[in-house]
Design a protein around this ligand. Structure first.
Ligand code: BES
Ligand code: MN
Ligand code: ZN
Length: 498
């Protein structure tokens, strides 16, 4: 989809559809007022007659109004002007995208960014338009027969602005939203694919493809022998029951000078989590194809960073393998030596995420990172604690935790900080090794993150548990692309910091 910004809303751009916001009680927003003067006050009349209540998210399509700025006008309800803020703005844009998709318009002018929302500057108002229109156009790469690829009709969207001084931030906002949408689509595609297609080798090939597409990215793939040479004993234990070989995927993005310390993003890439010998219950096991959502998200964020040419250095590390039972599989009570040298007693083979991540964390040290953020669908306990709306956030660094919290807030992809510490590490005591990989049901998300913290000493480290947010179940089953928006916002702000 193509996006651009126009500055003068009075300029009668020839558009197939004008998307115009109206507040409740006939309160025409700034765009609607201007438009209405060209069409003899028909919008005001329409509202007065009770034909458009303008409740938040209401839409009404008007066709061929003489004198109108476009052949179609899509009215969008903004609700009460007093309550109009970030959340309401997103809802209005979302409704507009849904309604527009049902029209024949191939291009549209969206006047919604003209409406002031208290906590949204022009950059974010435009960014949200691009992000949501991109997301709306997303189609699951399904395998339904016969295949009928139907590209979305809408291909060009422009936003109108009141402030002639702001076109730069508008254009940048649209670019950011578009690049974010592309990163989210990549993440969603990867996560939505079935696990017999999206294997560790497939993830590696997609990471290599990213390097071909973006000269600023280089990718290195480590196969099982290389992983053995690195002495990643915990990672190897998880993969040992599978026929499908593991991959350690490392992508480097260079957008800043070489000496500038990179941000490391680590993704959990379990392409299918059966639980292993500690086999999961069959109900809902299919959703464990999404257990590589962390890996998908860090690749998505990487793609967005490259598209935006962010002036930062970035290293993406993905530990990718399956977690399956077999005669060769790791058993409860097996003890392994991690790359860090610490030994782990594997009491539950279903707590495999922390095993692959602890070795990835150790590996990240060689890049002398400014910060390390791992992203993982790590625990069901996090879903119990926070539900499907908000991701878990744990960190050994208050400043980094605040940065990620704020990024989540700005990007409408929130994370909530949860505790870690020695109290939880105590639950992980083993009589036979340095640490056990599980610590009982209580505080499961916190013990998992506290396990990881033992491998993140002296790193500026944060962990995002996205078990509840990375995908939707039920009738809407599919990847959400989260937490790509949070990660991208974090990276954009890091880039500005310098
Ligand atoms: N991938 C799962 C976590 C998960 C479960 C995500 C349900 C989303 C929905 C992880 O590998 C796992 O199995 N965790 C166990 C840990 C337990 C054995 C300590 C869990 O949460 O049950
Ligand atoms: Mn598991
Ligand atoms: Zn898992």
């Amino acid at each position: 989809m193509q996006f651009n910004a126009i500055v003068d809303p009075k300029a009668r751009t020839i558009s197939q559809c004008a998307v115009i916001g109206i507040y409740e009680n006939g309160d025409l927003g700034s765009a609607a007022q201007q438009v209405d003067s060209h069409i003899n006050g028909r919008l005001a009349a329409l509202c007065a007659n009770g034909d458009f209540a303008a409740k938040l998210g209401d839409t009404l399509l008007l066709l061929e109004i003489p004198g109108a700025v476009a052949e179609r006008m899509l009215l969008v309800g903004l609700g009460s002007r007093a309550a109009f803020g970030r959340k309401q703005y997103r809802k209005a844009v979302q409704s507009a995208a849904t309604a527009l998709a049902k029209t024949g318009a191939a291009e549209a002018t969206v006047y919604l960014p003209l409406e002031a929302a208290a906590d949204l500057d022009v950059h974010y108002r435009c960014r949200i338009v691009a992000e949501l229109f991109c997301s709306h156009a997303y189609k699951i790469p399904d395998m339904k027969t016969p295949a009928k690829p139907k590209p979305p009709r809408l291909t060009r969207v422009q936003t109108a602005l009141a402030d002639a001084r702001a076109p730069k931030s508008a254009t940048l906002g649209l670019q950011a939203g578009n690049a974010l949408g592309n990163g989210m689509s990549l993440a969603r595609d990867l996560a939505n694919l079935p696990p017999n297609v999206c294997t560790p080798r497939y993830l590696a090939s997609r990471a290599q493809h990213l390097a071909k597409e973006w000269p600023s990215i280089s990718t290195k793939i480590h196969d099982e022998d290389a992983i053995k040479a690195l002495k990643m004993g915990a990672f190897l234990a998880v993969t040992q029951g599978s026929e499908e070989p593991p991959r350690l995927i490392v992508c480097e993005y260079h957008g800043a000078r070489k000496a500038s310390a990179p941000i490391c993003l680590i993704g959990k890439g379990i392409t299918f989590d059966s639980g292993g010998i500690s086999l999961k219950d069959p109900s809902g096991m299919d959703e464990m194809k999404f257990d590589m959502s962390g890996a998908a998200a860090v690749l998505g964020a990487l793609r967005t960073a490259a598209e935006l040419e962010l002036p930062i250095n970035l290293v993406v590390i993905i530990a990718a393998c399956e977690n399956l039972p077999s005669g060769r599989a790791v058993k409860p009570s097996d003890i392994v030596t991690t790359m860090s040298g610490q030994t782990v007693e594997i009491l539950n083979t279903d707590a495999e995420g922390r095993l692959i991540l602890c070795d990835a964390l150790t590996y990240s040290r060689r890049f002398k990172p400014a910060a390390v953020v791992d992203v993982a669908t790590l625990t069901g306990a996090c879903v119990v604690a926070l539900g499907n709306q908000i991701s878990g956030l744990m960190s050994n660094d208050d400043a980094l935790a605040h940065e990620l919290e704020s990024a989540g807030q700005r990007a409408d992809d929130r994370a909530w900080r949860m505790p870690i510490g020695e109290e939880y590490v105590d639950q992980l005591k083993s009589n036979f090794a340095d640490i056990a990989n599980v610590g009982g049901r209580e505080g499961g998300a916190c013990t998992a993150a506290s396990f990881l913290s033992k491998f993140a000493k002296d790193l500026h480290w944060a962990h995002l548990d996205v078990a509840g947010t990375a995908w939707l179940g039920g009738a809407q089953k599919g990847s959400t692309g989260r937490p790509v928006p949070l990660l991208v916002d974090f990276l954009i702000h890091r880039a500005r910091r310098k």
